[in-house]
Ligand binder design. Structure first.
Ligand code: APR
Length: 167
């Protein structure tokens, strides 16, 4: 049984086998965490993404990490755009975590770092997304070290609350 921990910080500073980016379907990069990871990994990340695009919401694909030298893989997953919660958003978000974990397992990754997928530009409510994330990673403890990287305190607290809830 591995560990699941919440950390507050910049995911591009993580020293793990795989980091997950909250991408869009083009996989060409964007703002938010995707922009930060693309800046850190360099232009080859978008070129590699373009080869694999489009990536539909809930799916995950992997590329090398290029200039992000302390990481082996970047897993690109596309979260759901929040539309009020009645359009299967929870299922798509769950799939982002599950598909990323399964891909990481295929890559024999021993550690993975997730951002709070979909809670920024895509507007998914933080508390609800934290519960989805906690449920997904606890249901699939197949990677030894799972790190949920929050960029702000509110997100970190929501993730810790969600992980403290009984399964
Ligand atoms: N490290 C960790 N987390 C970060 C970082 C960072 N450097 N930068 C932003 N975040 C956090 C945000 O604060 C938010 O909690 O990542 C979470 C996800 O927010 P977004 O990056 O906006 O991702 P998302 O809501 O899934 O929207 C995806 O935004 O960047 C574009 O190309 C992306 O079109 C796609 C959309």
């Amino acid at each position: 049984m591995g560990t699941i921990e919440v950390v507050l910080g910049d995911i591009t500073a993580e020293r793990v086998d795989a980091i997950v980016t909250a991408a869009n379907e083009s996989l060409l990069g964007g703002g938010g965490v995707d922009g930060a990871i693309h800046r850190a990994a360099g232009p080859r990340l978008a070129a590699a993404g373009a080869e694999l695009a489009p990536c539909e919401p809930g799916k995950a694909v992997v590329t090398p990490a290029f200039d992000l030298t302390q990481v082996k893989h970047v897993i690109h997953t596309v979260g759901p755009v929040w539309e009020g919660g009645e359009h299967g958003e929870d299922l798509v978000l769950t799939s982002c975590y599950v598909e990323s974990l399964l891909l990481a397992e295929e890559l024999a990754a021993e550690s993975i770092a997730f951002p709070a997928i979909a809670t920024g530009i895509y507007g998914f409510p933080t508390e609800r997304a934290a519960r989805v994330a906690a449920m997904a990673v606890r249901s699939l403890p197949i990677i030894d070290r799972i790190r949920l990287v929050a960029f702000d305190r509110e997100t970190a607290e929501a993730l810790n609350r969600a992980l403290a809830e009984p399964i």
